[in-house]
Ligand binder design. Sequence first.
Ligand code: ARG
Length: 459
Amino acid sequence: MKLWGGRFIGSTDSFTDHFHSSISFDSRMYKQDIEGSIAHAAMLGKQGIIPMEDSELIQKTLKEILADIEAGNVVFDERAEDIHMNIETILIERIGDTGKKLHTGRSRNDQVALDIRMYLKEQITDIKALLKELITVLNNIAEKNTGTIMPGYTHMQNAQPVTLAHHILAYVEMFKRDRDRLEDCYKRTNVMPLGSGALAATTYPLDRDLVAGKLGFDSITLNSMDGVSDRDFVIELLSALSLIMMHLSRFCEEIIIWNSQQYRFVEMDDAYSTGSSIMPQKKNPDMAELIRGKTGRVYGHLMAMLTVMKGIPLAYNKDMQEDKEGVFDAVDTVKMCLPIFTRMVDTMKVNKDNMYDAARKGFMNATDAADWLVKQGVPFRDAHGIIGRLVLYCIENNKSLDELTLEEYKAVSDVFTEEIYDAISLETCVNTRTVKGGPSEGYIKELINMNKKIIAEMK
Ligand code: ARG
């Protein structure tokens, strides 16, 4: 018979059992469910709500059940619906009437809210650690490439030269913010809902703060109806995970472009590439593409959960069981993508020469050439015109500005001297941009050191 079977005459249809059962996916919260129950039982004993020896037997048996699950010796039953009732059923099977006392002053509604909060706290901590690894690897790649000049783009057109370090550190900023967001979301997940009961708390003298302390929560929920029906923290996490995927996906898109025959800025290691079943020459950046592709499912889970929650009247409704599969899949996806991405960028070969050659195209130093003329006293509008004419000359003669001879320069304006070459070198263009936030080697080295300190302090 079902644990709630007393009020029923008929039994549920087996198809109904299958439809509403959540054990196939919430079984992954078995550890949180048992830890929560142990803390609850300990508190019930201490408060004299159940006899101390019953509390102790319940706690001891729950620990044995945990060990049995971990050893693979427990088969869950779909007819017991979910992880909460599966474990309670096993407890009652083992210790009979004493086991029936565990659920005193508790509802599955606050129990499931507790379990999911505990589970997600662990996941957030894991993902923060994975982000820290990624940030460390990116900062190290930047350190090796403070002088690796490459084109900076707007509209995918060559715009101004930057360095690979500058480009990569842009992503470091994004991933630092992603970590901050997780830290922030953790705070709101770290609130203990047990004691909310089904919705209107309970008449038993529960010590909720004691339970919160035992389970490592910072505080308790302050309204029992909110305690059982809030899933904001799930949505917040899905949103933080979506942003992580968005950043990974953008970076993957760039890596896919950089790895193409047309660019050849980087080459992916064999370990992170795959071949084609028909074209023998192919080496495809599948991992980057797959990460880009998986971004869609994480966004999907965010949208699904916002939609699930939008019309649910207070307090608990079964719709909320739909929170788990999506957020579990989102967490699993991010936990797979982050380490793959980290290893993929860590092992990718950077073709510095190809980046440099690409940076020489597209007259990215034209502004700097005009600025040099201005420094020699030429009004900016005239300087703009002179360099414009030189660019046209270069296009007609298939040259870049730094390839022109001094005679060719002087043919357009006699202000030019040998100094122009140094002034428009890509190195000068990059390294005179010394303003904080810019690409100059000096500032970038400062930023890399700043990041090292930030990384060392990351918990
Ligand atoms: N499996 C349920 C869930 O995930 C647990 C809570 C069920 N509560 C209830 N009153 N049916 O939401």
